[in-house]
Design a binder for this molecule. Sequence first.
Ligand code: SAH
Length: 398
Amino acid sequence: MSQSLKVFLRSGRDDAVRRFHPWVFSGAIKKMEGPAWDGCHAEVFSNKNEYLGCGIYQDATIAVRLLAFAPERPTAFGPAFWREKLMEALLLRQLAGLTDNPMTNVYRLVHGEGDHLPGLIIDHYNGHLVIQIHATGLYRFIDDIAESLRTIYGDRLQSIYDKSRDTLPATFWQDKLPKGFLTGEAGAVEVIENGLRFIVDIEKGQKTGFFIDQRENRQLLSRYCKGKKILNTFSYSGGFSVYALNAGAAAVHSVDSSVRAMDLCKRNVALNGGEEKHTALIEDAMDHLKSVDHTYDVLVLDPPAYAKHQHVKHKAVQGYKRLNLEALKCIAPGGVLFTFSCSQVVDMRLFHSTVTAAAILAGRKVRVLHQLAQPADHPVNIFHPEGQYLKGLVLVVD
Ligand code: SAH
């Protein structure tokens, strides 16, 4: 296509693209030909002029996000392209048993790089779709994406909400407004997950409204809760708390520093009839762990990402160590700790050794019962291991 930008890579910098890694870093580029602007169609070539793939250009460290690899060579990313890609994403969720499932109507439809759609997140909440775009260049396609979603979902679609205001930089919004609802409208949306009911606040809630990635880990928690005393720290809208109460926990304490999150948590606990055994605490999780003068049988630690970039990795590791140490001190003999990290730059190996360091400091015998990750609707492109962001350990503490 003549008006498309041609990006030529330096010698030896084509290997990653040939292995289907979806990013072209600006440092890998030898030269560019044609008009370059954020959102333009870019074709990527090797140093020897071989076509490798095409994607969307942006004047940034990640200069091209690849949406197609050779021999695929779409000349534009129009509605037909998005329809095909989004349909593929939906079929994967169908394969994983997440669509038309009477027990669960909340799933992630598009998980960025894991669905070969770098920079794009779409979550499905009982017929309501929330889009978050993470790359300014991609935002140009939001209307085509929405149109394709309308076609694919048809009558089952209630609303589409664009929540990219939270994920694109403030400078991007200076001369334009986020689109908000692109189709329909939604107030508080009620979803079911493994048969449990949750209110999702898609407009004002964190991320797209709900932490869908913990679905299977919450279900695993249920197995350990009957008759037990549970502490759920960083509880947000009460996911783990609702599962614990439903599984017959004797008492559940939820701790979150956000008033809004705790309101949602309380609503969700009530929606499932668990108020009697629930205590809601608006408090810093670390302060709470340090102040408890009793022990818990089961404890959940699900903090927000401590490290968003490589350069703060060390600090994040120290944070995880301190947090896990305090948690290990609060667990009754024979108790169970569910501990998580959603920092992309802290991989399972590092997380495991950090928790080991905390166990050494705590001076307790600790065994690993389960090693956890994100579920199938958050797939990881094997050539983009950075996509493996959620990791967890379930430990029994003697
Ligand atoms: N486990 C939750 C998701 C946790 S998200 C679920 O399954 O839905 C992280 C939560 O930690 C957010 O709700 C945020 O408000 C809360 N948070 C952040 N810093 C905190 C702190 N220092 N103490 C307590 N809660 C905190």
